[in-house]
Design a protein around this ligand. Structure first.
Ligand code: NAI
Ligand code: MG
Length: 392
C-alpha cells in the first residue's frame, strides 16, 4: 500500500485536505496517510514552520498532499512566537517555499482547464452581440526555483556587489544613487533548470496531445535570461516536430488571455512570469476554488491548491470554501503515480457536479463569503464533497 504524506497546514488547509482524503477513500484509492507538522502553529511553538521531522517524512515517502499555510510579515511573526523563543534569532520563512527549495521541486505544473457549466467561466462577446464561452485548456509549466524569485537581492548592496554591478555600462545611470536608496533583485536563469522545465513541457504536450508549446517570456528586453530560455526552447523543439513552438511576451500574453485563451496549450515560463500567467489563466476558469498545482522534483512531488489559508473563513462551521482545487490537486497526484482510472473517476464526478449545478459553493454562486451563504443557496464544503462522492 502506498503512503502519502498529508500536510494540512493552516486555516482552510485543515478543512479541504481531510475532505480530499475522504474523497480518495470513497473513490477506492488504497493508501495510508501520515500527517506532517507544518505551518503557523509550529512556528509559534517551535520557531520553525517546517520542522525537520516533516522534511524527513517527505524524504521517506516522496509524495505529499499539501493544504495551505498562513504567512505573516516579519514583525507580526516575531510577536506570535512563544515568549521563550522571542529574541533568539528565529526568522520566519514560508514552509512551502522552503519545501520547494529543499527538495528542488523545480517543475511547477498548473493546469487551467475549464469545467463545462462552471458559472465562473470566462465568457466573451461575439460579433453579433451575443456571448460565447471559449474552452480554456492551458497547462502552465512554471520554473519553480530560480528566476526573479531566487531570493538573491539587496537594499544597499555590499560594496563588492556594487562594484561588480558598476562594471556594467548600464549601471552608470545609477552611479549617483546612494546605497540605501538602491534595491536590486536579480533574475537568475540557468541552462540546466531551463532545459528541465522546457523538456517537461514538451513531454507533457506530447503525452496529452497538445499541438503547441508557448514560451512566455520577454526575450526582446530580458535578452540574457529570457534569451537563454528561448534559445534552449528552439533547440529542444527540434526533438518534437509535431509540436509547434510559439514565443509570446508576458505583457502581450496577458492581453491575449481575454482575446483568445483557447488558442494556448502548454505554456512554459520563468518563476515570476509563470506565477503571473497561471493566476491570469486561473481567473478564466473559476479562480481560487479551481486552481491547483503540482511541484515536482527528481525524487519528491508535492500537490497543492493554489489558494492560501483563507483566514477569514477558517472558523466558519460548517465550512463554506470550495474544495475542488484541493480535489484536483489530489487528481494530479493520482495521475503522477499512475492511478489513472481513479483519477478519471474523480475528475468525471467533479465535472458532472459542476455541470449539473445543483450543488454549488458560495464562490460558484458569486456570493460574498460569510455564514449567511447557506440561506442564499450555497452548499457547504462537506456537502460539495458528499455530492462528488455520490457521483463517483
Ligand atoms: P487566500 O488564497 O487565502 O484567499 C484569497 C481569497 O480567496 C479570500 O477571499 C479567500 O477567502 C478566498 N478563497 C481562498 N480559497 C478559497 C476556496 N477554496 N474557496 C473559496 N474561496 C476561497 O489568500 P490571502 O487571503 O491573500 O492569504 C491568506 C493567507 O494565506 C496568508 O497568510 C498568505 O500568506 C497565505 N497564502 C498561502 C499560500 C499557500 O499556502 N500556498 C498561497 C497564498 C497565500
Ligand atoms: Mg501566486
Amino acid at each position: 500500500m502506498r503512503t502519502i504524506v498529508a500536510l494540512p497546514g493552516d486555516g482552510i488547509g485543515k478543512i479541504v485536505l481531510p475532505e480530499a482524503i475522504r474523497l480518495l477513500d470513497a473513490a477506492g484509492f488504497n493508501a495510508n496517510y501520515v500527517w506532517g507538522d507544518i505551518g503557523w502553529e509550529f512556528w509559534c511553538k517551535e520557531g520553525n514552520a517546517l520542522p525537520q521531522r516533516t522534511i524527513d517524512l517527505i524524504a521517506e515517502h516522496k509524495i505529499a498532499l499539501f493544504g495551505a499555510i498562513t504567512s505573516k510579515p516579519k514583525d507580526a511573526a516575531e510577536k506570535e512566537l512563544d515568549p521563550s523563543l522571542q529574541g533568539k534569532g528565529y526568522v520566519y520563512f514560508s514552509p512551502i517555499v522552503g519545501l520547494r527549495q529543499h527538495f528542488n521541486l523545480d517543475i511547477c505544473i498548473r493546469p487551467c482547464i475549464s469545467f463545462k457549466g462552471n458559472p465562473l467561466n470566462f465568457i466573451r462577446k461575439t460579433r453579433d452581440g451575443g456571448f460565447e464561452e471559449p474552452l480554456v485548456n492551458a497547462v502552465i509549466f512554471r520554473q519553480n526555483t530560480e528566476g526573479l524569485y531566487s531570493g538573491v537581492e539587496w537594499t544597499n548592496p555590499p560594496k563588492q556587489v556594487r562594484d561588480a554591478l558598476e562594471t556594467h555600462p548600464k549601471m552608470k545611470a545609477y552611479s549617483h544613487v546612494p546605497g540605501e536608496e538602491l534595491a536590486v533583485s536579480t533574475r537568475i536563469v540557468t541552462k540546466k533548470a531551463s532545459e528541465r522545465i522546457i523538456r517537461a513541457g514538451f513531454e507533457y504536450a506530447k503525452k496529452h496531445g497538445y499541438k503547441n508549446l508557448t514560451l512566455c517570456e520577454k526575450p526582446n528586453v530580458l535578452r540574457e535570461t529570457s534569451g537563454m530560455m528561448f534559445r534552449i526552447a528552439k533547440e529542444i523543439a527540434k526533438e518534437y516536430p509535431e509540436i509547434a513552438l510559439w514565443n509570446t511576451n508576458i505583457d502581450a500574453q496577458m492581453m491575449w488571455l481575454t482575446k483568445n485563451p483557447e488558442d494556448y496549450g502548454v505554456i512554459v515560463a520563468e518563476n515570476m512570469f509563470g506565477d503571473i500567467i497561471s493566476d491570469g489563466f486561473a481567473g478564466l476558469i473559476g479562480g481560487l476554488g479551481f486552481a491547483y498545482s503540482a511541484n515536482i522534483g527528481n525524487n519528491v512531488a508535492i500537490f497543492e491548491p493554489t489558494h492560501g489559508s483563507a483566514p477569514k473563513y477558517e472558523k466558519l462551521n460548517p465550512s463554506i470554501v470550495n474544495p475542488i482545487a484541493m480535489f484536483m490537486s489530489a487528481v494530479m497526484m493520482l495521475e503522477y503515480i499512475g492511478e489513472n482510472k481513479i483519477a478519471a473517476k474523480i475528475k468525471n464526478a467533479i465535472a458532472k457536479v459542476v455541470k449539473e449545478g445543483k450543488v454549488r459553493t458560495y464562490d460558484m454562486l458569486k456570493l460574498k463569503g460569510g455564514p449567511d451563504v447557506f440561506e442564499k443557496g450555497a452548499a457547504s464544503t462537506q456537502q460539495m464533497t458528499d455530492e462528488i462522492i455520490a457521483n463517483l
